[in-house]
Structures are given as structure tokens and as C-alpha cells.
Design a binder for this molecule. Sequence first.
Ligand code: S3P
Length: 189
Amino acid sequence: MSEGHVVLVGMMGSGKSSVGRRLAAALGRPFVDADDAYESRFGTTIADAFADLGEAGFRKGESEVLDDLLASAAPTVIAAGGGVVVVEANRRRLSGGATVVWLHASPAFLAGRAKAKAHRPLLAGADPGDVFERLFAERAGWYREVADVIVDIEPFHDRGPEPKQSLAERVAVLVRAAEAAGASGGVRA
Ligand code: S3P
């Protein structure tokens, strides 16, 4: 496969946006954060969308944003929202051509890192350990299903001084390999 879209998936706090930005620079492709794209497209915040429409309403809009981003002609690095895989149609779209990278980490690791930001209503007022255990149990199989490349992010945080930069550089190598191989066999690091 030649250059196409790269979609970063994984739980809240796995670094999809910060690694995605660096990955885009390494690959020389534009970067889009799907949560930001949602807020611009619908002229609302994610927190308000959850409050006004409920999670199901938010997911509907999130699917439209994913469709739009995947339909754009220029190969782009896209940081998806953590829950994009819960919708079956999204999983089908993700499996249909883009190179999908799962930034994998254990729920305990993520619970210690993910910040309860305004765009993350699922973390508001809840015990992060419980939320991450529950979401990971629900979603891990789906992340695995759509992923062409799976990277365990924890060793990067344990080792180097610049974990996000090292991760982005490693992911760039794996994405190029997956694109060259047609993303058929799957790459794991
Ligand atoms: C969500 C993750 C958030 C955002 C929304 C729902 C989730 O994005 O899309 O709060 O269901 O995991 P990030 O993964 O970028 O924080």
C-alpha cells in the first residue's frame, strides 16, 4: 500500500494527540485531532455534546467526523477519540484502508496518567481506576480488531527522557513498514 491515512487509536491518556502531532511531523503529513474536528464541525464542546445529546448522540457525530476525515484526499495522521471503536460501523471503516495504530497500555498505567480534562466527561467525578478497567475490558478486543500496528507505550515512558518523541519515531518506522507491506500482516512492537 502507498501512503494513506494513519489513525491512532487507544484509550484516553495513551498520547494519541501528542504522539500523533510528532508522528505527523516525522511522516511529513498533516495532523488532525478528531476531538477538535468534532468541536469545530458542530460548534460545541464535547462536554456539552455529552450533556445535551448523551453519549449515543455524541457517538453519531463522532462517526460523521471520522467519515469526513477518512474521505479527505491528503494522507493525514488522525488522532481518534478513545471511544471511536465502540461503534461497529467505525470499526469497519477503520479496517478499510487506513493504517491503524493502537497505542496500548494497561488500565492501571493509564489511570495514573490520564487527566480529567473537559473533553473527557467519562472521567468526571469517577474513580479513574474503575473507569479504565471497565473501558479497557469493553474495548481492548476492538482496538486489537482494527489495529495494523500495536505499540506498547509503557516501556517508552519507563526508559527515555523524551517518551513521546521516541514513540513517534518508532511508530513512524512501523507505519512505513506496514504501508510497504500493504498493512496485511500486522506489526507489533
Ligand atoms: C472518549 C475519549 C475522548 C473524547 C470523549 C470520549 C472515550 O477523547 O472523544 O470524551 O470514550 O474514550 P481522548 O481519547 O482523545 O481523550
